[in-house]
Design a protein around this ligand. Structure first.
Ligand code: BTN
Length: 251
């Protein structure tokens, strides 16, 4: 019997407002099993992190969400789901290119350009993750992007040839399933080590802004809560949560 969870079932839609919103409405009900993937050729209101939108040319790329029921996972460990999603994409992209990185917390970069984004929405019940929606947008065949999108790139722009989105999705699901199985087996150290190894800017000296202060620091990793560990030039390491610190490289 196949033990695979992620991608056991793939539901394809020609158009949805947002695959995350669609999943959120039905997650936790008998209408959708764990591991089901909801894939839309086109999103009318694709959402990015914060208040951003996610723009993707219809039929060219992949926009999908994976529904998980990680009820074994404590709420304080929810960043591991981010790591699982990031590693599934990283492993897939490394089939094509060596320089694949995770820009903390979970943007996927090919070299210095963003190729994929992740929007995770968790629902917590009695201190456990009742359901989690891993929303993923990855640029596959798009040839050009609107000017206002910072730093985008597609797989085709890297390899020079078109890839079949359905085949890419199948592979991403298999890689993600591998890392989700690791999480179920409590192999948290392996997950964190692999995530850390791929962090964009790891062990490099870069500039950061916290409020009004600009400082130089090295990225040393993340803690279990997903906070970024930054070591300053005096050797002191501090941990920063999302939105607490801004990366100033290339600015
Ligand atoms: C980011 O801002 O980098 C996160 C982008 C996440 C986009 C994906 S596309 C599929 C899923 N449905 C959404 O509405 N958003 C996510």
């Amino acid at each position: 019997m196949e033990k695979r969870i992620v991608g056991k079932e793939i539901l394809k839609f020609s158009s949805l407002d947002s695959t995350n919103d669609h999943c959120r409405k039905i997650a936790g009900t008998s209408a959708i099993d764990e591991g089901t993937v909801v894939w839309a050729d086109k999103q009318l209101m694709g959402r990015g992190q914060g208040s951003n939108t996610w723009e993707s040319e219809s039929g060219q790329n992949l926009t999908f969400s994976i529904v998980l029921y990680p009820r074994f996972l404590e709420a304080s460990d929810q960043f591991y789901l981010s790591m699982v999603a990031s590693l599934g994409l990283t492993d897939f992209l490394k089939e094509f290119m060596k320089n694949i990185y995770i820009k903390w917390p979970n943007d996927i970069y090919a070299g210095d350009r963003k190729i994929a984004g992740i929007l995770i929405e968790n629902s917590v019940m009695e201190n456990r993750i009742d359901n989690s929606i891993l929303g993923i947008g990855i640029n596959i065949n798009q040839d050009s992007f609107p000017k206002y999108i910072p730093n985008p790139v597609s797989l085709k722009q890297i390899t020079g040839y078109r890839a079949e989105p359905g085949e890419c999705l199948e592979k991403i699901c298999r890689y993600t399933d591998h890392w989700y199985a690791m999480l179920q087996k409590e192999e948290k150290t392996k997950i964190k080590n692999r995530y850390t190894k791929h962090l964009y800017g790891l062990d490099q000296l870069n500039r950061y802004r916290k409020g009004e202060t600009i400082f130089k620091a090295y990225i040393r990793g993340v803690d279990n809560f997903g906070r970024l560990a930054l070591e300053d030039d005096k050797g002191e390491t501090r941990y920063f949560g999302l939105k607490e610190v801004e990366f100033l490289q290339n600015k």
